[in-house]
Design a protein. Sequence first.
Length: 194
Amino acid sequence: PVQEYFFTLLLANPDNPYTQMSEGYCGDGGIPGYILGSLVPSETTVARMPAALAHECNHNVRFQFQKWRPDITLAEMMVSEGLAENFAAALYGEKAVGPWVTKTDASVLEEVIKPKIVEAFDVTGFDGITPWLYGDEIAEIQHFFPVGMPYCAGYACGYHMIRHYLKKTGVPIVEATLKPAAEIMAECSEFWGH
């Protein structure tokens, strides 16, 4: 429904812990028609900003079709984040995938994150979702309870889950962006070892 998008780039505070954890750049696409990016200007952050903005555009479009709810679950958020980062990778290549995915080692994903996060799929509310999606360090900064998750565990897990889904089903990322989370999750049981 939204046909025009307003992009805003902001200078990020290099001393902010969020900025430091995200290697100097991030974005927000939660308001229909508005895409925000923030960065500490450098050769790396400027080069990565198009992929970060594509990630946020994906959210912006998705949440016009899959309506945002205050009681959104962790599983739904992981699907949305995974779709957004896979969309960015489809446009700009795997080298453009952000630190919210690349900082997670494959062994940590398999041995630490997946076995625990699967038990939290139905968690709702950002006080509950934050430690699973963003990790304990960010949760503690926001005065939420830690759950034993590393930086952006839910993002990394969502990214790899959606990669599995896209490969298994052959559904193009643009089409997948509009699908309900439950439909996508139903195709991912092998990813979780079921």
